[in-house]
Design a protein around this ligand. Structure first.
Ligand code: ADP
Ligand code: MG
Length: 542
C-alpha cells in the first residue's frame, strides 16, 4: 500500500510503491474534506501540442476547467473563498505564470472537444451543416470538411450519423474555431488508423500555424507520439487524488510510461514494464491447424456492401490480429465466423466452441456484474480467475454494479472478461480497446496475451490500436477495398508481410525507438520514411 488510503487500494491493478513528493505539498485543488485532490497542472504552450497521458478519472477535466478559467483553483483550502491572485502567487516564476496572468485578464479564449461525442446529439438538434456553420472562425471549415471527409454527411441529422462520423464532425467543429487554447479530449475513438493519422496531422498543423496552444488527451500511444511535442503523465487513485507531472518530451514520457517508472519523479506507476519486439516475431507458426476455412462471400442487399474473404488456415494457440479501415467488413467477417450471419457463398461448418465479443456490446440485463460473470464460469471467484481476469481488467470495483448502469469502458471490460471466461476453442474479440483508457488497454492486452499463452488458446483480435495489435498478434489478417462498397480479406500472413501490406496501403512507415524498440510513426517524407518505402519495409526496419 502507498500509505494514502486507509482502506484497501481501490486501484488494485496498480501498486504505488512510494509516496509521490508532490503529495507533501498543497494540492492545486481539493473539492472538499477527504474529497478528490489534484496535484500539479498541465502547461499550455503557444505554438505546440501538449499531450496528457494517463488513466481516466484522475483529474484532467478538473485541470482543464481551471486552465479555461471556469474553476478557480482553491490550492487545497476548500473552506475558503478561492481567488486567482493566490493562484498567481503560487505559480509565479513557473511556466504557468504567463498563462495564469492571461486567464485573470480574461484574455484566454477556449474551444473544447468533448470526450463522449455520442452525447452531442442530445445537446444539438439539427444537421451537420447547421452545427458546423457557426464554427467557421478561421475560414478553414471547407478545408477541414474535406480532410476529415465530412462532406457525405453534411445534410444528415446529427442524431443519425455514426460514431466515427460524429467524431470527425466534432473535430472539424473544434478546429474551425479561432481561439488561444484548444482542448481535445481524445481524437481517436471510433476512427480507423488512417482517420487517426489525419486527425493528428490537423491538430499539429494548427499548432504550427501560429501561437495557439493545443492540449490533447489521447490513449492511442502511437497517435499520441505523432501528435504531441511535450507530455504530462498523470497518475493517482481515481476518486482520491491525481498527480500531473511536469512536462516531459513526448518520447521520454511514453517510454517512461510503458516502463512503468517515472524517472524525474522517482515513481513506480505499474509493477510490470510493457516491451515490444523489434524483429518480426515468431518467424512462422509451427502449431497444428485449428481449422481451415474456405473462401467466403457475403453481401447486404442489392448493390450494397459486399465482402470477399479468401480462404485460409488458423493455427492452434496463435493470436491472429485483424486490421483494416472502417466499413471494410471486419465485423461482418467476425459475425460469419461466430455463426451470427450466414455466408452467401462458402460454407463454414466447424464443430468448435467460439467465444465472441462483438464490437457493439449487448449485455444489458437486470443483473449484477458478479452474477453475470459467475453464470459464465465456475472459476469465478477463484484466486486464479481473480489474478488472470478480474485484476487486469479492473473488475473488482464494479462487481456489485448492475450491467445496465455500466459506462462504455466498464461494459467493454466486463465483455472481455466474459469472453475470456468461456471454455472455447476460439476466442474472437472485435475492437477490445474501444472506450478503454491507456492503462486499461495495457492491462487488457497483457490479460489477453497471457490468457492465450497459458491456455494454448487461439485468439482473433480486430483492433485499430497499432500498439495493441503489435503486442498481441503472432500473425495478421489484412482487409482492403472500398469502405461501404466492397471489402476483401487476405489470408493470415506473417507479421512482417502483413504489416507491410497494411501500412503500404496507408502510406505510413514506422521506425524503432533507439532505447526501447517501441515503434514510432515516421514523419512523412523524412529520410527514414523514404528509405523504408524504397525497401518495402514499413514496420520492421531491422
Ligand atoms: P468494419 O467492421 O470493417 O468497420 P462492417 O463489417 O461493420 O465493417 O461493415 C461493412 C459495411 O457493411 C459497411 O458499409 C456497413 O454499413 C455495412 N453493413 C454492416 N451491417 C449491415 C447490415 N446488417 N445491413 C446492411 N449493411 C450493413
Ligand atoms: Mg467493425
Amino acid at each position: 500500500s502507498c500509505g494514502i488510503c486507509v482502506e484497501k487500494c481501490p486501484f488494485d491493478a496498480i501498486e504505488i510503491i512510494n509516496l509521490p513528493s508532490e503529495l507533501e505539498d498543497e494540492p492545486v485543488h481539493r473539492y472538499g474534506d477527504n474529497a478528490f485532490a489534484l496535484y500539479g497542472l498541465p502547461v499550455p504552450e503557444p505554438g505546440s501540442v501538449t499531450g496528457i497521458l494517463g488513466p481516466n478519472g484522475i483529474g484532467k477535466s478538473t485541470a482543464v476547467k481551471m486552465l479555461s478559467g471556469e474553476l478557480t483553483p482553491n490550492l487545497g483550502r476548500h473552506d475558503e473563498e478561492a481567488n486567482w491572485d493566490a493562484v498567481l502567487d503560487r505559480f509565479r516564476g513557473t511556466e504557468l505564470q504567463n498563462y495564469v496572468e492571461k486567464v485573470i485578464e480574461g484574455e484566454v479564449t477556449v474551444a473544447r472537444k468533448p470526450q463522449y461525442v455520442d452525447q452531442i446529439p442530445k445537446q444539438f438538434d439539427g444537421n451537420t451543416r447547421e452545427l458546423l456553420e457557426a464554427t467557421d472562425e478561421r475560414g478553414e471549415l471547407d478545408h477541414l470538411i474535406e480532410r476529415l471527409n465530412v462532406a457525405p454527411v453534411m445534410d444528415q441529422d446529427i442524431d443519425s450519423i455514426s460514431g466515427g462520423e460524429l467524431q470527425r464532425v466534432a473535430l472539424a467543429a473544434t478546429l474551425a474555431r479561432d481561439v488561444d487554447f484548444y482542448f481535445l479530449d481524445e481524437i481517436t475513438p471510433y476512427l480507423d488508423i488512417g482517420q487517426r493519422m489525419t486527425a493528428a496531422r490537423l491538430v499539429r498543423e494548427l499548432a504550427e500555424d501560429g501561437e495557439r496552444s493545443m492540449m490533447v488527451v489521447e490513449h492511442d500511444l502511437a497517435i499520441l507520439d505523432l501528435l504531441a511535442d511535450t507530455l504530462h503523465v498523470t497518475y493517482g487513485e481515481p476518486g482520491a487524488y491525481g498527480v500531473v507531472t511536469d512536462p516531459k518530451s513526448v518520447r521520454n514520457g511514453i517510454n517512461e510510461y510503458l516502463k512503468g517508472y517515472l524517472d524525474n519523479e522517482n515513481m513506480r506507476i505499474r509493477p510490470n514494464a510493457i516491451t515490444f519486439e523489434e524483429h518480426a516475431p515468431r518467424e512462422s507458426v509451427t502449431g497444428r491447424p485449428l481449422f481451415e476455412y474456405p473462401g467466403l462471400e457475403k453481401s447486404y442487399g442489392e448493390g450494397e456492401f459486399s465482402l470477399t474473404v479468401e480462404g485460409g488456415t488458423v493455427y492452434e494457440s496463435e493470436v491472429l490480429g485483424i486490421v483494416g479501415p472502417n466499413g471494410i467488413g471486419k465485423s461482418t467477417m467476425a459475425k460469419l465466423f461466430a455463426g451470427q450471419l450466414e455466408p452467401d457463398a462458402g460454407e463454414l461448418d466447424f464443430r468448435m466452441d467460439i467465444a465472441y465479443k462483438p464490437q457493439y456490446i449487448d449485455i444489458d440485463r437486470p443483473m449484477r456484474v458478479d452474477a453475470f460473470l459467475a453464470s459464465i464460469t465456475d472459476q469465478f471467484g477463484s484466486s486464479y480467475w481473480d489474478t488472470e481476469i478480474a485484476r487486469p481488467l479492473q473488475l473488482n470495483r464494479i462487481m456489485e454494479q448492475n450491467l445496465t448502469d455500466l459506462s462504455g469502458g466498464e461494459r467493454q471490460r466486463v465483455a472481455i472478461a466474459a469472453c475470456l471466461s468461456e471454455d472455447a476453442d476460439l476466442y474472437l474479440l472485435d475492437e477490445p480497446s474501444a472506450h478503454l483508457d491507456v492503462e486499461q488497454r495495457v492491462q487488457a492486452t497483457t490479460a489477453i496475451r497471457r490468457y492465450a499463452e497459458n491456455h494454448d488458446a487461439t485468439v482473433m483480435v480486430i483492433d485499430h490500436d497499432i500498439y495493441m495489435v503489435d503486442l498481441l498478434a503472432d500473425r495478421l489478417m489484412v482487409f482492403d477495398g472500398e469502405p461501404a462498397e466492397r471489402g476483401h480479406a487476405s489470408p493470415p500472413q506473417e507479421m512482417r508481410e502483413g504489416m507491410n501490406d497494411f501500412l503500404a496501403d496507408l502510406d505510413v512507415t514506422f521506425r524503432r525507438d533507439e532505447r526501447t524498440g517501441r515503434p514510432r510513426i515516421n514523419k512523412p517524407d523524412s529520410q527514414l520514411d523514404r528509405e523504408q518505402k524504397r525497401e518495402g519495409e514499413y514496420y520492421y526496419s531491422v
